[in-house]
Write a protein that binds this ligand. Structure first.
Ligand code: SAH
Length: 343
């Protein structure tokens, strides 16, 4: 049975037409699902019962099942189990400007970044559109709150699950549904160049963040195997074409790793690489995960790096260490949970 949370608005319209119904019923169904957030398809207002019964026969409304919820100061971390028992994570961040939710895009990840806990669990499968939407709906319903920003920065590489992620973005942006506009959704990639180029031709879908983490190929290839396929120069060219086509700034994420990528010469090289283009650098303190052999850069080193970028007129921010008290770095909760289960 198909899951209704995986259906785009256009697919819902075609379904109705196939039944011999009017397309004009689609807004009521989408609003029931995403605005009123009904628990049963039979509860959708303004639609006759026989059609609702048909909907109920044709679609499930299964959401991810909560396994564990961990509270931090202004973050809540959710560990979910999917229908096949796969475990994924989502992190809710309460910010001044609204609630942001960081969601996972795959079960495991094949990108194998050396510093990332998620890379230790090889990819099992891609998440389906309904499993992406389901993370948002579950949390909104359970906590009675509205999520105003979505970031695809949880477990997985969203562009290694391109079609499902694009379908998901279409679902959540629809005005009769969650109506999350393109400035409220960010897809983060480790640097899959062909998909960055493809994404650039869909400016309505959302913003883009690139996990750069080093400006030189030697360091980046050591940290991120994807760099051997798409080196820095090629990645930056794709990013520039994305800025030109979509007319939006791109965020470059830079996790600060002591004595690895935090040298002042690397800050200068990064500034030269950016030049005067519309990039925004976000310096992120490394969240130390067990036994991966990396250390968080000292505060002085981060400030020095920041100063070099500032002097070169680069837009740069320093991310406060979000979620470390709830083990919010990628894959940490899942790793802890699986360790407990083994004991
Ligand atoms: N695959 C995508 C999205 C998932 S990772 C990507 O690479 O962008 C989300 C971000 O968290 C990435 O920038 C990743 O490099 C970073 N990250 C991974 N482990 C981290 C850690 N222990 N501390 C801080 N950031 C981490």
């Amino acid at each position: 049975m198909k899951n209704i949370y995986g259906l785009t608005y256009v697919q819902l319209e075609s379904y109705l037409l196939e039944l011999g119904e009017k397309k004009s019923k689609a807004p009521f169904i989408y609003q029931g699902l995403y605005k009123q957030q009904i628990d049963s398809l039979l509860d959708i207002p303004a639609i006759r019962q026989s059609l609702l019964k048909q909907l109920e026969e044709d679609f499930s409304m299964t959401l991810p099942r909560l396994v564990e919820q961990t509270e931090g100061d202004d973050t809540t971390k959710f560990l979910f189990s999917l229908e096949d028992g796969s475990l994924i994570e989502a992190v809710l961040m309460r910010q001044k400007y609204g609630n942001s939710l960081c969601i996972s895009s795959q079960v495991g990840c094949n990108m194998a970044c050396a510093f990332c806990q998620s890379g230790r669990f090889k990819k099992v499968r891609n998440l389906l559109p309904e499993e992406l939407t389901g993370q948002i709906i579950y949390i909104q319903k359970q906590l009675h709150l509205t999520i105003s920003n979505i970031v695809l920065m949880g477990i997985g590489e969203p562009f290694d699950n391109y079609d499902n992620v694009m379908q998901f973005l279409e679902i959540i942006s629809h005005p009769h549904g969650l109506a999350l506009g393109p400035r409220h959704v960010t897809v983060s990639t480790c640097g899959l160049v062909p998909q960055i180029e493809q994404y650039a031709s869909h400016p309505a879908h959302g913003l883009l963040a690139i996990s750069l983490h080093a400006p030189d190929d030697e360091t980046r290839s050591r940290l991120m195997p994807v760099n051997r396929r798409y080196p820095v120069a090629q990645l930056m060219d794709a990013a520039r074409s994305c800025i030109l086509k979509a007319g939006k700034k791109i965020m470059l994420e830079y996790v600060m790793l002591q004595e690895i990528n935090d040298h002042p010469w690397q800050a200068q090289l990064l500034a030269d690489l950016i030049g005067c283009d519309a990039f925004h650098v976000n310096l992120i303190p490394y969240n130390e995960t067990q036994n991966l052999g990396f250390t968080q850069s000292s505060r002085e080193r981060i400030l020095e790096f920041y100063d070099v970028l500032k002097k070169n007129h680069i837009t740069v921010t320093m991310r406060r260490e979000f979620g470390s008290s709830v083990n919010a770095a990628c894959g940490q909760l899942r790793a802890d949970y699986e360790k407990q289960q083994k004991q």
